[in-house]
Design a protein around this ligand. Sequence first.
Ligand code: GTP
Ligand code: MG
Length: 374
Amino acid sequence: DGKLTVQELANKLDKSASEIIMKLMKMGTMASINQEISLEIGSLVASEYGFELVQGGSDEEELEAIEELLEIEEDREEDLVKRPPVVTVMGHVDHGKTSLLDAIRSTNVTSSEAGGITQHIGASEVMVNGEKVVFLDTPGHEAFTSMRARGAQVTDMAILVVAADDGIMPQTVEAINHAKAANVPLIVAINKIDKPGANPDRVKQELSEQGLLVEDWGGDVICVPVSALKREGIDTLLEMVLLVAEVEELKANPKKRAVGTVIEAELDKGRGPVATILVQGGTLNVGDPIVCGLASGKVRAMINSKGKRVKAATPSTAVEILGLSEVPQGGDQFVAVATDKIARNVAEKRQQMAREEMLKSNQRMSLDDFFSQM
Ligand code: GTP
Ligand code: MG
């Protein structure tokens, strides 16, 4: 519920409740033992202890205690509002993923942007009937594999592109499996229907062999014939995206501190570490201290998918952020925290543990090497 009681905080910090109450008093907050305090204040108190929370506890426990404290505030039902869907386009090589995204973008740009779309980040936003839809341009498989492997889920649904003249191919099957494993709804776009050799029925047949029975064959898989090249069927496809989003009832709480996932990141010569992140909950503001994988920092600037600088990013917004101490990895989670100090402390702790982890595996390795040489 986004709060914790003084007693709970004391437990987390391994301190007596009365000590915590004293600390709170010094900070100008009067609280009783069972009173709920905001995580904001809780984090402040924790930072007072410099995160040497669990005396005698292991590093893991200590880190857990810290991270639990940063832990993403739980959402209250009344704070949840509708958020735009995040969609990934997947499919076999050359079946038209990029062309489809191009078609989607060009048929749905507002006049002010027309012709001037520069894609700065690996995500794009389009307006469909007044509703925003976010498309991740990261190659579908990569996004699914690397992020899912790391426990991150960024996409709400997948569009599976299948060329009507080529049918289901190995990477199509892979994509289907990824979507199934991630448990996200799938919309099939049968592409290239303009081609003389196009055979949508064959695609539907092959889909059914993969356990995907399309709607007009009595199943529940939404399937839209399109031509990315001729810009045909795009509107219908986008309507289906909205329909699925509607059913999913996608919601998020924009009121809390931001949480989300790194889509991609790189070291830019002039700007330093640059990360494209997807805000999944809360609102990220310029100036917010954040922890992002092993990196920390203060958000120095944010650039949206249209290349414009923005001051705030709400749920289901992809932005490029500057100001991190180092380059995070795709799939890393980020979380905005109360103070710079917390951000630094957590990142340092994580780095320390990563180093220890590496050392351990190096030791194991050298031992293996040693035996293999005997
Ligand atoms: P990779 O990124 O390499 O996996 O390919 P992709 O899936 O992004 O395919 P891309 O959009 O690059 O399209 C591959 C080829 O198919 C290009 O030559 C496109 O012009 C062509 N193509 C894409 N969509 C259509 C279509 O609807 N009709 C026809 N006739 N050609 C298409
Ligand atoms: Mg492509």
